[in-house]
Unconditional design. Structure first.
Length: 134
C-alpha cells in the first residue's frame, strides 16, 4: 500500500519490474530459509537454497510449486520418491505429506499462497514465519 497515494490507504497498481534470479541467489547463503522476491496475485514468489534433508510436513490449505533453478531435488512422498532436475518443477497438492531432500546444494523457486509456512503443519527451528524480502 502506498500511503503517498492521493487517496490514503488505497494501493496503487504494481508497476512491472525485472528480477535477476542469479543476483538474488547471490545475496544469501542460508539453507532452508526462503526469501520473497515477488508476488503474483495472492501468491508469493520465493527463492530458497536447500541442502540436506528437511522435515516431513504437509500444508492443509496450500498447494506448493518447486521449480529447480540449479541442481537436483529429491522429493520424498510417503509412497514414492520424485526426482526434480534443473529446469523442472513439481507441484505438491495441499494435504500431501512430503520431505524435500538435497544431496548437494539446490536452488529452488517456490510459488505458493502468501503466508504459507515453509514447515506447513510442523513448527520447529526451521520454521520461517516471516520470510525476508530481498
Amino acid at each position: 500500500m502506498n500511503l503517498n497515494s492521493p487517496i490514503a490507504g488505497v494501493a496503487e497498481p504494481m508497476q512491472p519490474f525485472v528480477v535477476n534470479i542469479s543476483d538474488k541467489f547471490s545475496r544469501f547463503n542460508q539453507h532452508w530459509s526462503p526469501k520473497i522476491v515477488g508476488e503474483v496475485n495472492d501468491c508469493a514468489v520465493k527463492l530458497v537454497k536447500l541442502k540436506g534433508e528437511f522435515v516431513w510436513h504437509s500444508h492443509e490449505r496450500e498447494d506448493e510449486m518447486f521449480l529447480v533453478i540449479k541442481g537436483s531435488l529429491r522429493m520424498l512422498l510417503r509412497d514414492r520418491e520424485l526426482v526434480v532436475n534443473e529446469g523442472e518443477f513439481v507441484i505438491i497438492p495441499r494435504g500431501v505429506e512430503h520431505c524435500p531432500v538435497a544431496d548437494e546444494e539446490v536452488h529452488v523457486m517456490l510459488f505458493e499462497p502468501a503466508g504459507t509456512l515453509n514447515t506447513g503443519s510442523v513448527t520447529n527451528e526451521r520454521t520461517v514465519s516471516e520470510p525476508e524480502r530481498i
